[in-house]
Design a protein around this ligand. Structure first.
Ligand code: HSE
Length: 379
């Protein structure tokens, strides 16, 4: 029997326990043996939970127990989670996670420790929630040179924008509902200011283009500047407003950024609504592929975490090498130099779409006017 521990019993952690229990029979068949949760680590008490007997507040119970094969770190953040992940890997346990902040900040270092210890560090759930994305990129599409990856990477902001577009909901009401549904980060600024999408595009850019892209390199703009007026003006022009993370390889450099975009209604990303995420990958052999599915939420995220638990257990003898290791920092292409059309809403004029230009060229053209909003247009 394989033994697992879950670190953190919040939305995702309780989902992982639920999926491991609900699908125990199938999981046992796939792994070749039963997978039992031995500990759940959390500083809080959950006396009414059916998992209460497994609770401990002391991580060293996990660290010092030779029976534990795999640890699911679903605490979030890059402080306690970083410490526990390093200690678990150094104790010879595989670690799987949904923690995009930790992977974006310390992924390469944690993978190096995992390699030294001949254990796995897997993070399918860190990008796109329940959508298979990291594995397709590192396996199925590995024969390609990836040219571009972009899409809707944050379920909370997509939920808010959809509620504003479809129902004319206010920003605040839509955010409250996303929080109630368990999509939002503990600090909602991480969602609405584009920080969460920024972490995810860093992970994707790094994997796709092979050089390290740190969060501090990537300009991020969230959705707080998007108003109902912009939503309506975009609609009249034939577009929907979506928060996109984009990364591309330009002249051997990596360009990555997060910003609200106007997406033509005919583009498939314009139809990715609610908590759904959609990611387009363009490879030089495959052409364009699109990945779509629930980008946040308890069971979808747990689905990806449990997939990694199974994979880690099936690769106990020969660890899974995802080919992402310590290496050079990417040469970064400044996204403000990227030419795209822009949506502009200027005082006293009807909103319109410009010819492709850089941010500086746009600012120069609008220098004499009062600009109420300007967003890139996906072309
Ligand atoms: N807050 C995140 C989102 C959770 O809304 O996408 C999943 O990463």
């Amino acid at each position: 029997m394989a033994k697992a521990a879950i670190l953190g019993f919040g939305t995702v952690g309780s989902g992982v326990a639920e999926v491991l229990t609900m699908n125990a029979e199938n999981i046992a068949k796939t792994v070749g043996e039963e997978v039992q949760i031995k500990y759940i680590v959390d500083v809080r008490d959950f006396p009414d939970s059916p998992f209460a007997p497994l609770m401990t507040k002391d991580f060293s119970d996990v660290e010092n127990d030779p029976e534990i094969d795999v640890v699911a770190e679903v605490i979030g953040g890059a402080t306690v989670a970083y410490d526990f992940t390093k200690r678990a890997l150094k104790a010879g346990k595989s670690v799987v996670t949904s923690n995009k902040e930790l992977v974006a900040k310390h992924g390469r270092e944690l993978l190096a420790i995992a390699k030294d210890m001949n254990v796995n560090y897997l993070f399918e759930a860190s990008v796109g929630g329940g959508i298979p994305l990291i594995r397709p990129l590192t396996q199925c599409l590995a024969g390609n040179k990836i040219e571009e990856i972009y899409g809707i990477l944050n379920g909370t902001t997509n939920y808010i924008l959809t509620d504003m577009i479809e129902n004319g909901a206010s920003f605040e009401a839509a955010l409250r509902e996303a929080q109630r549904l368990g999509y939002a980060e503990a600090n909602p600024s991480a969602d609405i200011d584009g920080i969460d999408a920024g972490r995810k595009i860093c992970i994707l850019a790094d994997i796709c283009f092979g050089k390290e892209v740190r969060s501090d390199m990537v300009p991020t703009e969230g959705i707080t500047g998007v108003t109902l007026e912009d939503v309506e003006a975009a609609e009249k022009l034939g577009y929907k407003i979506k928060l996109l993370g984009r990364a591309m390889s330009l002249d051997g450099k990596t360009c990555a950024f997060v910003a609200p975009h106007l997406v033509p209604k005919g583009n498939m990303l314009a139809r990715v609504d609610g908590v759904m995420n959609g990611v387009v990958v363009r490879g030089n052999a495959v052409g364009e592929t699109m990945f779509y599915g629930p980008g946040a939420g308890k069971l979808p995220t747990a689905s990806a975490v449990v997939g990694d638990i199974i994979d880690a257990l099936r690769h106990r003898q020969k660890r899974r090498d995802i080919g992402w290791e310590a290496g050079e920092s990417a040469d970064f292409f400044d996204p403000s130099l990227l030419k795209t059309p822009w949506y502009v809403r200027v005082e006293g004029e009807t909103a319109s779409i410009t010819q492709p230009c850089t941010r500086a060229e746009l600012n120069e053209a609008l220098a004499e006017k009062t600009v109420l909003a300007s967003f890139r247009v996906l072309d």
